[in-house]
Design a protein around this ligand. Structure first.
Ligand code: ADP
Ligand code: MG
Length: 355
């Protein structure tokens, strides 16, 4: 009977089309989860943190990103000089007194910081805090310090003056000395996030904490992560792109973080050799290196050193270490000029070529 025949046809055709639909749906879902990243953000260490993950089931990716961002909040509660309860604030208020026992994290970060002070011959120095305070980054008074105030404050600055026990388990700061980890802590935090993500099985991700970036692998089908480098003269303009894979990048400059005192613009990076904020024609320094802590500390230090001394410092480092490259953006005749280390070729993409 025709109606029976039709029923038989319908019965067998329906599961087949359902199967095809299901197959296509699964394919679509897989390709979507591969091409659409999972992004999780928070506000921590005075800036925005974001984690972008590709190629992982959404729930697992969100869980991994959540663990990594939680670690940043934990580190902030140890390293923040704005929080009077933090370990670093307690260490600073102990200055001139007895040995202060350090947590593993603080000990590790102080060890890393001293390493970068030595590499940069003191241009990076976590003991620069009394100078940062003298120049009014905390009290807001419209005053400029005198030469004698600067030279007096310099007596309390210098990483070699910290009294650290051999295992870096405890430290004594001479009276008046203060530590400020702001130049390296964000990078260190990014490295900790990347380690957590890798442990959670993530193989393609970008961790970005206020411009301190670490790239795990590459986005699907790409050679690496493409990161824009800002034109220091204009917020919405890019000066170029860099491409990174399993490495870090950070940019230092005075264009975002500065104060006005007596109509003078004072940048937040201090030259520990002079006790004064860095001036001159370097607008920004971008450093690519194996770890985000290195990129963070070195970009701050190279901003102090300027292109000539900065690039020769990197050459010595690259000889003994893994890849590290730098891009200086210099102000010249109302325009900008690039000065880059030779090993940056291939990683720098001009702004006019679409990456
Ligand atoms: P940027 O992102 O511009 O490099 P960072 O936040 O990494 O800035 O580092 C700058 C901060 O580090 C300053 O706000 C100050 O607290 C501290 N700092 C200033 N000068 C130095 C220096 N020469 N070495 C280490 N830390 C410094
Ligand atoms: Mg820094």
């Amino acid at each position: 009977m025709p109606s029976n025949k039709r029923k038989v046809l319908t019965d067998s055709a329906f599961p087949a089309s359902l199967l095809i639909f299901l197959f296509l749906f699964i394919l679509f879902t897989i390709s979507c989860s591969r091409d659409n990243p999972v992004i999780k953000e928070t506000y921590v260490m005075g800036t925005k943190a974001s984690i972008t993950i590709y190629g992982m089931n959404r729930e697992k990716a969100l869980e991994a990103a959540g663990k990594a961002l939680h670690e940043l909040h934990r580190l902030e509660s140890i390293m923040s000089t704005w929080d009077p309860e933090s370990e670093i604030s307690q260490l600073n208020s102990n200055s001139g007194e007895k040995h202060f026992a350090l947590s593993t994290e603080l000990s590790e970060l102080i060890r890393i910081s001293i390493q970068f002070s030595e590499i940069t011959k003191g241009a990076f120095d976590i003991t620069a805090r009394p100078l940062v305070q003298l120049w009014g980054f905390q009290d807001g008074a419209d005053m400029l310090p005198s030469e004698s105030e600067i030279s007096n404050t310099l007596k309390n600055v210098g990483y070699k003056k910290m009294n650290i026990d051999p295992g870096i388990n405890a430290i004594t700061l001479p009276k008046g000395m203060q530590i400020d980890l702001a130049g390296v802590a964000k990078g260190y935090g990014v490295d900790q996030c990347a380690a957590i993500l890798k442990r959670e099985g993530v193989s393609s991700a970008l961790v970005n904490l206020g411009g301190n970036i670490f790239a795990i692998g590459a986005p699907p089908g790409k050679k690496g992560w493409i990161v824009g480098i800002r034109d220091p003269r204009k917020e919405s303009k890019l000066a170029g792109y860099i491409i990174i894979k399993d490495e870090a990048v950070a940019t230092s400059g005075n264009y975002e973080n500065f104060i006005k005192r007596k109509d003078k613009t004072i940048g937040h990076i201090i030259d520990p050799a002079t006790g004064k904020p860095v001036s001159g024609n370097t607008l920004s320094v971008t450093v690519i290196s194996p770890t985000a802590a290195a990129s963070d500390a070195l970009s701050t230090a190279l901003f102090v050193l300027g292109p000539k001394k900065g690039i020769s410092t990197l050459k010595q480092l690259t000889r003994s270490n893994k890849y590290t490259g730098a891009l200086f953006i210099i102000s010249e005749n109302n325009d900008i000029r690039f000065v880059k280390s030779a090993n940056l070729d291939g990683k720098l993409i001009p702004v006019n070529s679409t990456p």
